[in-house]
Design a binder for this molecule. Structure first.
Ligand SMILES: [Fe+2]
Length: 309
């Protein structure tokens, strides 16, 4: 039995909404959706567009999905070229992203980026400060210090491998699981309903049609009950699944077309991080000392989900 979710899921289909930020030169449109501890910024950019941060307090992640923009990411100390189908972790401080081709750019910030958090389309959902969530205690600094860390993703995908191929990375303040794209649809007899005790899960989908099944527990007050949700959501879209809500996601429709799913967690999940070999950049970031009561908890069938066929 789980607890009671303090809020319903936030669902956001990008083409249906006006962007939260349009750059002065009009070359970058950015949609912002937040969870309790993080914000996801999806930008649609033209060549030459610039996305800069003056003094970002913590690391942030930059995801370039397949068929997205090519970019250059620069800090005060270094610069790298990043191509589609890659992840880059940007160190704290100032940074500048310049688009070398048009397309999408995803950036994920922790709530320490208060200016971005304040702009989120669903800011009112978190007016209570989300006290049910584990705090974003920073995990230890990288072994060789903060710097740009760039991870092309194709090398972590086996085209002949399992249908579900998790590709998990973490930083000092968050974790992403960038599943390899799916070309067959999930079987309806091998779903993985589960919940998270004290953190949220964002699921960002760029391709396909998805159903994020969600069940909320009942409390004593009938007026606060939230109905089950089995509705279909188009892409590109984001759902922020609250703590305690039982959930499982499946792509729907005919086999063949691509569907994609990226999961986002903030702070990093200790259950994934402490599983040797699961976090693909684990050599870059030391684990925190694990106290007897892990702060980021999970429930349900979580540790067996990734092998579900
Ligand atoms: Fe989950």
């Amino acid at each position: 039995m789980t607890g009671i979710s303090r809020r319903a899921a936030s669902k956001f289909v990008f083409p249906n909404e006006a962007p939260q930020v349009v750059s002065e030169d009009g070359r970058a449109k950015t949609w912002i959706v937040r969870g309790g501890n993080f914000a996801i910024c999806v930008s649609e950019v033209e060549e030459g567009a610039v996305l800069s941060r003056g003094d970002n307090p913590e690391e942030y992640m930059v995801i370039l999905p397949p068929q997205s923009a090519s970019i250059t990411i620069a800090t005060d100390c270094e610069a790298i070229d990043a191509e589609p189908d890659s992840l880059t972790i940007v160190p704290p401080g100032s940074s500048r992203i310049t688009a070398r081709s048009p397309g999408k750019i995803v950036r994920i910030f922790s709530k320490a980026a208060t200016d971005i958090i304040a702009l989120a389309a669903n800011a009112d959902v978190y007016a209570d400060g989300a006290p049910e969530l584990a705090p974003v205690d920073l995990w230890p600094e990288p072994n060789d210090g903060y710097r740009l860390r760039h991870y092309p993703l194709a090398q972590h995908l086996n085209p002949n491998g399992d249908r579900i191929q998790p590709r998990c990375f973490r930083s000092t303040n968050m974790m992403v699981n960038l599943f390899g794209s799916f070309f067959t649809r999930r079987e309806t007899n091998s779903l993985s309903p589960h919940w998270h005790d004290d953190f949220e899960q964002a699921s960002l989908c760029f391709d396909g049609r998805w159903v994020h099944h969600i069940r909320y527990n009942w409390g004593a007050d009938l007026k606060d009950w939230i109905p089950d949700d089995h509705s279909e959501i188009e892409t590109p879209s984001i759902i922020i699944i609250p703590a305690w809500a039982i959930h499982t996601s499946r792509d729907i429709g005919e086999d063949g077309p691509e569907s994609s799913l990226y999961d986002i967690f903030c702070p990093p999940r200790m259950d994934f991080a402490s599983k040797p070999g699961f976090v693909l950049n684990e050599v870059d970031y030391p684990l925190p000392v694990i106290d007897s009561e892990q702060r980021t908890k999970t429930g349900g069938t979580l540790l067996s989900w990734q092998k579900a066929n």
